[in-house]
Design a protein around this ligand. Structure first.
Ligand SMILES: Nc1nc2c(ncn2[C@@H]2O[C@H](COP(=O)(O)OP(=O)(O)OP(=O)(O)O)[C@@H](O)[C@H]2O)c(=O)[nH]1
Ligand SMILES: [Mg+2]
Length: 470
């Protein structure tokens, strides 16, 4: 009997110790904000900081437990841990959304990697019950980066040969084919087996870069590689970037030939650019939000929507997932909670948010099924980091219409408009509406009281951080 008493006491102590260590370990988390270019990463981070640092009230964030339970003390940006990476320019982003004077505008597209650390000070539940550590701080590390750079991650597993097969095939199909004519013509004049001709390679690489830039500007196609051709950062003009896909790469390549040079540059790009970027910044996350701009993809049609779906599913292969017991996390952090967010849901009426979430659910179904099996918690939500519209109900011919009101991007007039209903699952070409979809984009709303509005950002915070703030 005394033995079992001792065992029970020991177990209780062990439990307590584990809980204490657990609490200690949970003081830091790394949040992966993932999304293709234009999906809303920078806007999301700006909104997260703004709401936590200056709008953290119950009315604004009712579904974030730490706020609703009045346990949030204060949040602020604190010095980051990574000293070699520039700091996220929060004030710059906020000033463009809430300017002292003039029209608000969206923050610019991100050109280099940057980071930010948030400290959330709160009253722990344990503290409320009269135990030790009444106040705790959760540090949240976030990085922001050009979405284009994310597109390179699949290249980590591809040889020059397999990359060419994939990319060249895409260039010879709709919707790329007619835009790729000039590049394909220039390529047909290149003798791959001839001795290297640096200037010809540079010219064709420039053509390829123009093609990628044109595709980026005019479409929402997601498979545009190499990403640094679109957003070179410090690599602008480097020979490392002067490569492009060719029709066929034989197993044996003539030494010193044009083809040998292309392969060498591809290999160097993967080894010296993609790998270090991945190794330094894309490991060791604890939580992840994947922002997806499903509505813009719908605007363009089936090819874009399916390509976006393929790329997102592929990208997720590059993060570490799994159940994160405290010992496991100590040695190898893993993402144990993942949120797929159908962003910019303020572009549609509220009654269709559910359809949007269901559509995203079917876009990511392949990976999420797989990850759920491995014990990862997954949720899909329609949200908006920064709402740019207001709901308006209009009665037309006796029927109540749920419209939205806002200023379409690049226009001067305000508009009340009835947005289309998104499909509630991935639809194929035959099911696609004959006129396609036409969702509008909007400028940010002016805000005299200097507050930002959101849709379900509090649900997002609760899902990603709530359990770390108990
Ligand atoms: N209506 C609405 N539009 C948004 C929202 N978030 C982003 N946008 C729009 O999407 C655009 C891109 O958002 P960013 O936050 O710059 O996207 P990003 O993922 O950081 O893009 P890169 O820096 O290019 O990788 C913005 O300029 C806005 O037009 C949102 O919550 N609501
Ligand atoms: Mg950005």
């Amino acid at each position: 009997m005394s033995q079992s008493f001792a065992k029970n006491t020991f177990n209780q102590l062990k439990n307590k110790a584990e809980k204490a260590i657990h609490r200690g370990l949970d003081q830091h988390i790394k949040l992966a904000v993932t999304g293709l270019s234009g999906s809303g990463k920078t806007a999301f981070i700006t909104a997260l900081v703004k709401h936590l640092t200056s709008q953290a009230d119950e009315k604004n964030l009712p579904f974030f437990d730490v706020i609703r339970e009045k346990r949030h003390i204060a949040t602020k940006i604190v010095p980051q841990q990574a000293l070699t990476i520039p700091t996220f320019e929060y004030n710059k982003a906020l000033n463009s959304l809430l300017p002292q004077e003039g029209e608000p505008h969206w923050p610019a597209s991100t050109e280099r990697i940057n980071t930010l650390r948030l400290a959330i000070k709160y009253q722990s539940n344990a503290g409320l019950r009269g135990h030790f550590a009444p106040q705790s701080t959760l540090y949240v590390d976030i990085i922001d980066y050009p979405g284009e750079w994310l597109l390179d991650l699949p290249m980590l597993e591809q040889s020059f040969q397999t990359w060419c097969q994939q990319q060249y095939t895409l260039l010879t199909q709709t919707p790329r084919l007619h835009k790729a004519q000039l590049f394909l013509e220039a390529l047909s004049n290149l003798d791959l087996n001839a001795s290297v001709n640096e200037s010809q390679l540079a010219d064709i690489a420039t053509q390829y870069q123009q093609l990628l830039k044109g595709l980026k500007k005019e479409t929402k196609l997601a498979m545009l590689q190499p990403g640094r051709m679109l957003m070179p950062g410090e690599l602008d003009g480097a020979p490392l970037l002067q490569f492009f896909p060719v029709a066929e790469v034989p197993d044996e390549i003539v030494v010193g030939s044009n083809l040998a040079h292309l392969k060498k540059r591809y290999d160097a790009y993967v080894k010296e650019v993609v790998k270090p970027f991945y190794a330094q910044h894309f490991r060791h996350f604890d939580r992840q939000i994947v922002l997806v701009d499903v509505l813009s993809a719908l605007n363009e049609g089936t090819e874009t929507l399916y390509e976006q779906s393929r790329v997102i599913n592929q990208l997720l292969n590059h993060f570490n997932y799994g159940e994160a017991g405290f010992l496991k996390r100590l040695f190898k952090p893993k993402i144990d909670k993942l949120l797929f967010a159908a962003n910019k849901s303020d572009h549609i009426s509220a009654k269709h948010h559910k359809d949007l979430a269901l559509l995203l659910d079917s876009v990511v179904h392949e990976q999420s099924n797989h990850l759920k099996f491995d014990g990862v918690q997954i949720e899909t939500m329609a949200m908006s980091s920064i709402t740019a519209t207001q709901p308006r109900q209009i009665i037309e011919k006796g029927v109540m219409l749920d419209c939205i009101y806002g200023k379409p991007l690049g226009e001067n007039e305000w508009l009340t408009y009835l947005p289309p209903q998104p499909p509630a699952r991935l639809i194929n070409k035959d099911e696609w509406p004959s006129k396609g979809f036409a969702f509008l984009s909007f400028s940010p709303l002016p805000s005299p009281d200097k507050r930002l509005n959101h849709i379900r950002l509090d649900h997002v915070m609760q899902y990603l951080l709530g359990d770390k703030l108990t």
